[in-house]
Design a protein around this ligand. Structure first.
Ligand code: F6R
Length: 257
Protein backbone atom coordinates (compact mmCIF):
# COMPACT_ATOMS: atom_id res chain seq x y z
CA UNK A 1 0.00 0.00 0.00
CA UNK A 2 1.24 3.46 -0.74
CA UNK A 3 -0.10 6.57 0.88
CA UNK A 4 0.66 9.86 -0.76
CA UNK A 5 0.47 13.02 1.28
CA UNK A 6 1.40 16.42 -0.05
CA UNK A 7 2.00 18.96 2.66
CA UNK A 8 2.07 22.70 2.21
CA UNK A 9 5.83 22.92 2.10
CA UNK A 10 6.45 21.35 -1.31
CA UNK A 11 7.42 18.03 0.19
CA UNK A 12 5.64 15.02 -1.22
CA UNK A 13 5.59 12.23 1.33
CA UNK A 14 5.24 8.63 0.20
CA UNK A 15 4.84 5.95 2.79
CA UNK A 16 5.29 2.33 1.72
CA UNK A 17 4.57 -0.88 3.62
CA UNK A 18 8.24 -1.76 3.52
CA UNK A 19 11.60 -0.50 2.28
CA UNK A 20 11.64 -2.87 -0.69
CA UNK A 21 8.52 -1.20 -2.15
CA UNK A 22 10.00 2.21 -1.44
CA UNK A 23 13.25 1.29 -3.20
CA UNK A 24 11.35 -0.08 -6.20
CA UNK A 25 9.44 3.19 -6.45
CA UNK A 26 12.62 5.31 -6.31
CA UNK A 27 14.48 3.08 -8.79
CA UNK A 28 11.46 3.23 -11.11
CA UNK A 29 11.57 7.03 -11.15
CA UNK A 30 15.28 7.00 -11.95
CA UNK A 31 14.73 4.40 -14.66
CA UNK A 32 11.99 6.48 -16.29
CA UNK A 33 14.18 9.54 -16.34
CA UNK A 34 17.10 7.63 -17.88
CA UNK A 35 14.85 6.02 -20.51
CA UNK A 36 13.44 9.42 -21.46
CA UNK A 37 16.85 11.09 -21.59
CA UNK A 38 18.47 8.18 -23.48
CA UNK A 39 15.73 8.54 -26.11
CA UNK A 40 16.70 12.19 -26.52
CA UNK A 41 20.47 11.41 -26.45
CA UNK A 42 20.59 13.47 -23.28
CA UNK A 43 22.79 12.96 -20.25
CA UNK A 44 21.18 12.06 -16.93
CA UNK A 45 22.93 13.47 -13.89
CA UNK A 46 22.39 11.62 -10.63
CA UNK A 47 23.49 12.57 -7.13
CA UNK A 48 24.12 9.39 -5.16
CA UNK A 49 24.19 8.42 -1.51
CA UNK A 50 25.75 5.42 0.22
CA UNK A 51 24.93 3.63 3.48
CA UNK A 52 22.18 1.09 4.14
CA UNK A 53 19.31 3.21 2.87
CA UNK A 54 19.85 3.17 -0.92
CA UNK A 55 21.17 -0.39 -1.40
CA UNK A 56 17.74 -1.64 -2.52
CA UNK A 57 17.53 1.16 -5.08
CA UNK A 58 20.89 0.17 -6.56
CA UNK A 59 19.81 -3.49 -6.65
CA UNK A 60 16.78 -2.52 -8.73
CA UNK A 61 18.86 -0.29 -11.02
CA UNK A 62 21.21 -3.23 -11.64
CA UNK A 63 18.18 -5.44 -12.36
CA UNK A 64 16.94 -2.93 -14.94
CA UNK A 65 20.30 -3.16 -16.66
CA UNK A 66 20.38 -6.95 -16.61
CA UNK A 67 16.69 -7.62 -17.36
CA UNK A 68 15.79 -4.75 -19.70
CA UNK A 69 19.21 -3.77 -20.98
CA UNK A 70 18.68 -0.29 -19.57
CA UNK A 71 21.86 1.53 -20.49
CA UNK A 72 23.70 3.82 -18.09
CA UNK A 73 26.17 4.92 -20.75
CA UNK A 74 24.69 8.44 -20.73
CA UNK A 75 24.53 8.68 -16.95
CA UNK A 76 26.88 10.85 -14.91
CA UNK A 77 26.97 10.41 -11.14
CA UNK A 78 28.21 12.54 -8.28
CA UNK A 79 28.47 10.93 -4.86
CA UNK A 80 27.70 12.95 -1.79
CA UNK A 81 30.65 12.03 0.33
CA UNK A 82 33.69 9.96 1.25
CA UNK A 83 35.52 9.44 4.51
CA UNK A 84 38.80 11.33 4.94
CA UNK A 85 41.42 10.08 4.95
CA UNK A 86 40.35 7.00 3.04
CA UNK A 87 42.06 4.78 0.52
CA UNK A 88 39.63 4.22 -2.34
CA UNK A 89 40.18 0.45 -2.24
CA UNK A 90 39.53 0.16 1.51
CA UNK A 91 36.64 -2.24 2.10
CA UNK A 92 34.60 0.50 3.80
CA UNK A 93 35.31 3.34 1.40
CA UNK A 94 32.31 4.75 -0.40
CA UNK A 95 34.31 4.19 -3.59
CA UNK A 96 34.27 0.43 -2.90
CA UNK A 97 30.59 0.58 -1.90
CA UNK A 98 29.53 2.26 -5.15
CA UNK A 99 31.52 -0.10 -7.33
CA UNK A 100 30.14 -3.11 -5.50
CA UNK A 101 26.48 -2.03 -5.47
CA UNK A 102 26.16 -0.27 -8.83
CA UNK A 103 29.08 0.68 -11.01
CA UNK A 104 30.66 -2.75 -11.58
CA UNK A 105 27.25 -4.22 -12.41
CA UNK A 106 26.21 -1.75 -15.11
CA UNK A 107 27.64 -0.17 -18.25
CA UNK A 108 28.21 3.21 -16.60
CA UNK A 109 31.43 4.79 -17.88
CA UNK A 110 34.10 4.96 -15.14
CA UNK A 111 35.01 8.51 -16.22
CA UNK A 112 31.43 9.60 -15.56
CA UNK A 113 31.35 8.56 -11.90
CA UNK A 114 32.56 11.14 -9.42
CA UNK A 115 33.18 10.36 -5.76
CA UNK A 116 35.01 12.71 -3.41
CA UNK A 117 38.62 11.62 -3.14
CA UNK A 118 39.66 10.63 0.37
CA UNK A 119 43.30 10.16 -0.63
CA UNK A 120 44.31 13.80 -1.03
CA UNK A 121 46.90 15.58 1.07
CA UNK A 122 45.47 18.27 3.36
CA UNK A 123 46.81 21.07 1.14
CA UNK A 124 45.01 19.75 -1.96
CA UNK A 125 41.54 19.57 -0.46
CA UNK A 126 40.20 23.10 -0.89
CA UNK A 127 41.02 23.28 -4.58
CA UNK A 128 39.73 19.76 -5.12
CA UNK A 129 36.40 20.62 -3.46
CA UNK A 130 36.01 23.74 -5.61
CA UNK A 131 36.63 21.59 -8.68
CA UNK A 132 34.00 19.09 -7.53
CA UNK A 133 31.45 21.91 -7.43
CA UNK A 134 32.57 23.11 -10.87
CA UNK A 135 32.23 19.62 -12.31
CA UNK A 136 28.61 19.48 -11.14
CA UNK A 137 27.95 22.95 -12.55
CA UNK A 138 29.48 21.98 -15.87
CA UNK A 139 26.84 19.24 -16.15
CA UNK A 140 24.11 21.84 -15.69
CA UNK A 141 22.59 20.49 -12.51
CA UNK A 142 21.89 17.22 -10.77
CA UNK A 143 18.57 15.87 -12.12
CA UNK A 144 17.80 13.65 -9.12
CA UNK A 145 19.67 13.76 -5.84
CA UNK A 146 19.27 10.70 -3.59
CA UNK A 147 19.61 11.22 0.14
CA UNK A 148 19.55 9.11 3.27
CA UNK A 149 19.16 10.79 6.65
CA UNK A 150 21.37 10.37 9.69
CA UNK A 151 19.61 9.82 13.02
CA UNK A 152 21.09 13.18 14.02
CA UNK A 153 19.51 14.87 11.00
CA UNK A 154 22.60 14.96 8.78
CA UNK A 155 22.37 14.84 5.01
CA UNK A 156 25.50 13.81 3.20
CA UNK A 157 28.00 14.43 5.98
CA UNK A 158 26.54 17.84 6.73
CA UNK A 159 26.36 17.33 10.45
CA UNK A 160 24.41 19.49 12.93
CA UNK A 161 25.90 23.00 12.70
CA UNK A 162 26.33 22.88 8.89
CA UNK A 163 25.29 26.12 7.19
CA UNK A 164 22.59 26.25 4.52
CA UNK A 165 25.04 27.86 2.06
CA UNK A 166 27.80 25.28 2.60
CA UNK A 167 29.52 23.76 -0.44
CA UNK A 168 31.76 20.71 -0.93
CA UNK A 169 34.37 20.72 1.80
CA UNK A 170 36.17 18.70 4.45
CA UNK A 171 34.14 18.29 7.65
CA UNK A 172 34.47 16.70 11.07
CA UNK A 173 32.16 13.74 11.60
CA UNK A 174 29.75 13.87 14.53
CA UNK A 175 30.36 11.34 17.29
CA UNK A 176 26.92 9.79 16.60
CA UNK A 177 27.88 9.26 12.96
CA UNK A 178 31.15 7.59 13.93
CA UNK A 179 29.38 5.44 16.52
CA UNK A 180 26.94 4.24 13.89
CA UNK A 181 29.82 3.32 11.59
CA UNK A 182 31.86 1.66 14.35
CA UNK A 183 30.41 -1.81 13.93
CA UNK A 184 31.25 -1.92 10.22
CA UNK A 185 34.77 -0.66 10.81
CA UNK A 186 35.41 -2.99 13.75
CA UNK A 187 35.53 -0.31 16.45
CA UNK A 188 35.09 3.46 16.67
CA UNK A 189 38.85 4.09 16.68
CA UNK A 190 39.01 2.76 13.14
CA UNK A 191 36.31 5.15 11.86
CA UNK A 192 37.90 8.22 10.25
CA UNK A 193 37.32 11.50 12.12
CA UNK A 194 36.62 13.49 8.97
CA UNK A 195 35.02 13.31 5.55
CA UNK A 196 34.68 15.25 2.33
CA UNK A 197 31.05 16.02 1.64
CA UNK A 198 28.96 17.96 -0.80
CA UNK A 199 27.49 20.91 1.06
CA UNK A 200 23.89 21.72 1.87
CA UNK A 201 23.85 24.28 -0.89
CA UNK A 202 25.36 21.78 -3.38
CA UNK A 203 22.48 19.42 -2.51
CA UNK A 204 19.80 22.12 -2.70
CA UNK A 205 20.90 23.01 -6.26
CA UNK A 206 19.55 19.65 -7.54
CA UNK A 207 16.38 19.79 -9.63
CA UNK A 208 14.71 17.06 -7.57
CA UNK A 209 15.64 15.56 -4.22
CA UNK A 210 14.51 12.11 -3.14
CA UNK A 211 15.12 11.58 0.54
CA UNK A 212 14.63 8.05 1.89
CA UNK A 213 14.42 6.53 5.37
CA UNK A 214 13.57 3.04 6.55
CA UNK A 215 12.93 1.58 9.97
CA UNK A 216 11.93 2.70 13.46
CA UNK A 217 15.47 4.03 14.04
CA UNK A 218 14.63 6.93 11.71
CA UNK A 219 11.11 7.63 13.05
CA UNK A 220 12.16 10.46 15.37
CA UNK A 221 14.29 12.33 12.86
CA UNK A 222 11.49 12.05 10.29
CA UNK A 223 8.91 13.41 12.74
CA UNK A 224 11.24 16.27 13.73
CA UNK A 225 11.94 17.03 10.08
CA UNK A 226 8.26 17.30 9.24
CA UNK A 227 6.94 18.87 12.43
CA UNK A 228 9.68 21.19 13.63
CA UNK A 229 11.13 24.42 12.23
CA UNK A 230 14.19 24.73 10.06
CA UNK A 231 17.24 24.50 12.29
CA UNK A 232 21.00 24.48 11.83
CA UNK A 233 20.95 21.62 14.36
CA UNK A 234 18.99 19.46 11.88
CA UNK A 235 20.47 19.93 8.38
CA UNK A 236 17.72 17.76 6.84
CA UNK A 237 15.33 20.58 7.78
CA UNK A 238 16.94 22.77 5.08
CA UNK A 239 15.09 20.61 2.54
CA UNK A 240 11.99 22.66 3.41
CA UNK A 241 13.52 25.47 1.35
CA UNK A 242 13.64 23.33 -1.82
CA UNK A 243 10.76 23.31 -4.30
CA UNK A 244 10.81 19.65 -5.27
CA UNK A 245 11.47 17.14 -2.50
CA UNK A 246 10.07 13.64 -2.21
CA UNK A 247 10.30 11.95 1.14
CA UNK A 248 10.04 8.19 0.64
CA UNK A 249 9.71 6.24 3.88
CA UNK A 250 8.36 2.94 5.19
CA UNK A 251 5.66 2.43 7.82
CA UNK A 252 8.23 2.06 10.59
CA UNK A 253 9.98 5.35 9.78
CA UNK A 254 6.53 6.99 9.63
CA UNK A 255 5.45 5.62 12.99
CA UNK A 256 5.84 8.93 14.91
CA UNK A 257 3.92 11.00 12.35
C1 F6R B 1 25.92 8.48 2.86
C2 F6R B 1 25.42 9.71 3.48
C3 F6R B 1 24.76 9.68 4.81
C4 F6R B 1 23.73 8.56 4.97
C5 F6R B 1 23.08 8.60 6.35
C6 F6R B 1 22.14 7.44 6.55
O1 F6R B 1 26.48 8.78 1.60
O2 F6R B 1 25.57 10.73 2.92
O3 F6R B 1 24.12 10.92 5.01
O4 F6R B 1 22.75 8.68 3.98
O5 F6R B 1 24.07 8.56 7.33
O6 F6R B 1 22.89 6.27 6.62
P1 F6R B 1 22.18 4.84 6.51
O7 F6R B 1 21.56 4.80 5.16
O8 F6R B 1 23.29 3.84 6.62
O9 F6R B 1 21.18 4.79 7.60
Amino acid sequence: MELKIVNQKNITIKIFDNSQLGCEYVAGRIRNLIVRNNGLYKTTVLGLATGNTPTGVYKELVNYHKRERLSYSRVVTFNLDEYYPMNRYHEHSYHTYMHHHLFNETDIHPDFTFIPNGELSASEITEYCNQYEEQIERMGAIDIQLLGIGENGHIGFNEPGAEIDSLTRKVKLALKTRENAAQNFGGIKKVPQEAITMGVNSILKANEIICMAWGKRKAKVIADFLHKDISIERPVSYLHTHANVKLVIDEAAASFL
